[in-house]
Design a protein. Structure first.
Lengths: 268, 301
């Protein structure tokens, strides 16, 4: 099933790339209850980067949430040899491969089967506005929609092409929103799995609420036991570069896809 | 969204044909703002740019404005400025300002004209926009010996100066290197590039490697394309079509709109006067099409 259709809501919580950060996910689910979200939608890339992928999947499958595939789920369920993240630089691909091989070898077959059944997109209505939830972009699962590379005329065209008022996406790991008019635009919900390359250890999820004048996209920081995650990554012999990102909040790998402005904001 | 048709390789008469590449969406608009006019005469230039090559002239601000207006209505995602040497166009910084108001901009330069003053102005333009301004500086080697053999004596130092000026202004240039020697694209070559940049204090080094195109001046430096380097008779799958840059780009010069940045000197590559004339499929009958297809390469960063 490529599309799933949901009903109407006014207040929805979105969780982007989890990258096996099950500790942040536990925290996110606890926070979701107090935030009184009417629905929670997780947007793919459950594995990669972090330790013990099955722990994330067990949490996801226990909660009453909606989920779509990211490129990781598509790759794992399809038996692909790489994650299909869409990197073009050899160093980026090197680290992406380590991440994928580890995740693939540690994910149980039953969870992979479940991933294969997930829809690629979800359509729903938020505050009466037609909303399309995708992983990368509506047209490509691994397209990177960066804040500084997603201009208004392009947003206008995507909304028209895909017959929607709002596009919700992730895949880049950095959260942002751009509305071309009240109620029409793009929200990139960022990532729960790793920090936002800003020198801070917290990670992010996004709450979207319809208010009288349009959408309010609230990006919510999540503090979690990052030190424990880092220690577990070390015990799993994941690359020290990944661990450094969890401990420092600066990205150390998969940097070459970043546009000029996003790259300049980071340390590396 | 579909990527369009798949074209069979032969006619009823059994003659082998070239496949066609559809345009899925016009995401990338290239602007050959300096035409074929350059302050260097690189021995590998696939369109033989030089101080005296007026095959394509400088583009006027009015022409660029009208293309940008049209691009806006088509939902173009990003703009690339090139030449020749784009900083020879005296309206370039105004063009950037106009383009940055409606989308992200990348520029391909040899770096020579990027003085501290120009770098500071580029930083201002970048800061004033919600979009990225990406500056790509060509370095065809991680040392003066390799670079200058292609670009002329002393040019390595001058390009490095441009890189340093950008770096000092807080911009993070992308170093673009053509594979003029075998080792440049290999792991060792890349590592040496990155090391050289770090030694200069560029702490976020970015690198883009381009394949060699056996056209223009490059024919004399090495060789021309040979007959086997062709897509004649090839059936293009949807996945292959989606990977080609002509699936999502067009190139405007002073002479009209062409299919892509590589083919502006090739017969049949001019598709029309306006962008809307050029939204149809393109026959991949050029040898450079073979390079794009076989390497998966794109001129984009």
């Amino acid at each position: 099933m490529r599309y799933a259709n949901l009903e109407s809501y006014d207040r929805v919580l979105f969780i982007g790339g989890i990258y096996s950060n099950y500790l942040a996910l536990e925290k996110a689910f606890t926070m979701a209850r107090s935030l009184k979200a009417e629905a929670v939608i997780v947007m793919g890339d459950f594995g990669g980067f972090g330790p013990f992928p099955d722990r994330t999947l067990e949490l996801l499958r226990r909660e009453k949430i909606f989920a779509i595939q990211g490129n990781y789920e598509e790759a794992l369920a399809g038996g692909a040899e790489d994650c299909g993240c869409g990197y073009t630089d050899p160093r980026d691909n090197h680290y992406a491969q380590i991440s994928y091989d580890y995740t693939r070898s540690c994910t149980s077959a039953e969870h992979v089967r479940w991933m294969g059944e997930l829809p690629r997109y979800i359509r729903l209505s938020i505050g009466g506005q037609r909303t399309l939830v995708c992983h990368g972009s509506p047209r490509q699962i691994n397209e990177f929609l960066w804040q500084t590379m997603t201009p208004r005329p392009f947003i206008e065209k995507m909304l028209r092409d895909f017959d929607t008022d709002l596009i919700i996406c992730t895949h880049t790991g950095l959260h942002w929103s751009r509305f071309i008019e009240p109620g029409r635009g793009v929200v990139n919900v960022g990532a729960l799995g790793r920090p936002a390359n800003d020198g801070k250890t917290n990670v992010w999820m996004s709450l979207l609420e319809w208010q009288d004048y349009g959408f309010r996209a609230e990006f919510i920081p999540i503090e979690y036991d990052f030190d424990r995650l880092a220690r577990e990554m070390e015990s799993e012999k994941l690359p020290p570069e990944f661990v450094a990102t969890i401990r420092t909040g600066w990205w150390t790998t998969c940097l070459e896809v970043l546009p000029a402005k996003e790259r300049a904001r980071g340390q590396f | 969204m579909t990527t369009g048709q798949v074209v069979g390789p032969t006619t009823a008469e059994g003659e082998k044909k070239f496949p066609f590449a559809p345009l899925a969406a016009l995401d990338v608009l290239w602007l050959q703002v300096a035409g074929t006019i350059c302050n260097l005469k690189c021995s590998h230039c696939f369109i033989s740019c030089s101080p005296t090559n007026h095959s394509h002239e400088m583009m006027s601000l009015a022409h660029v404005r009208s293309l940008l207006d049209e691009a806006k209505t088509l939902g173009v995602k990003e703009y690339y400025f090139t030449g020749g040497e784009p900083f020879l166009n005296r309206d370039l910084l105004i063009m950037f300002e106009v383009a940055l108001a409606q989308g992200p901009v990348s520029v391909l330069t040899n770096g020579i004209l990027i003085t501290p003053k120009v770098a500071a102005r580029l930083r201002e333009l970048s800061d004033a926009s919600e979009h990225s301004l990406d500056i790509r500086v060509s370095l065809d080697g991680y040392d003066a010996e390799t670079h200058d053999a292609i670009r002329g004596r002393g040019m390595f130092q001058r390009a490095i100066k441009g890189v340093m000026n950008l770096n000092s202004a807080g911009l993070v240039p992308v170093i673009t290197a053509a594979e003029v020697t075998d080792d440049i694209g290999a792991e060792r070559g890349r590592a040496q590039f990155l090391e050289m940049l770090k030694s200069l204090g560029v702490n976020r080094p970015r690198l883009k490697i381009l394949p060699i195109l056996r056209m223009g001046a490059e024919v004399e430096r090495t060789r021309a394309y040979q007959e086997w380097e062709s897509l004649r008779g090839h059936t293009l799958s949807e996945t292959e079509a989606a990977r080609l840059q002509c699936n999502s780009c067009r190139m405007a010069t002073s002479k009209g709109v062409y299919v892509c940045p590589l083919l502006i000197e090739q017969d049949g590559a001019r598709m029309g006067d306006r962008l809307t004339d050029t939204l149809g499929p393109f026959e991949l009958k050029h040898s450079a099409c073979f390079t794009c297809h076989s390497t998966g390469f794109s001129c984009r960063t």
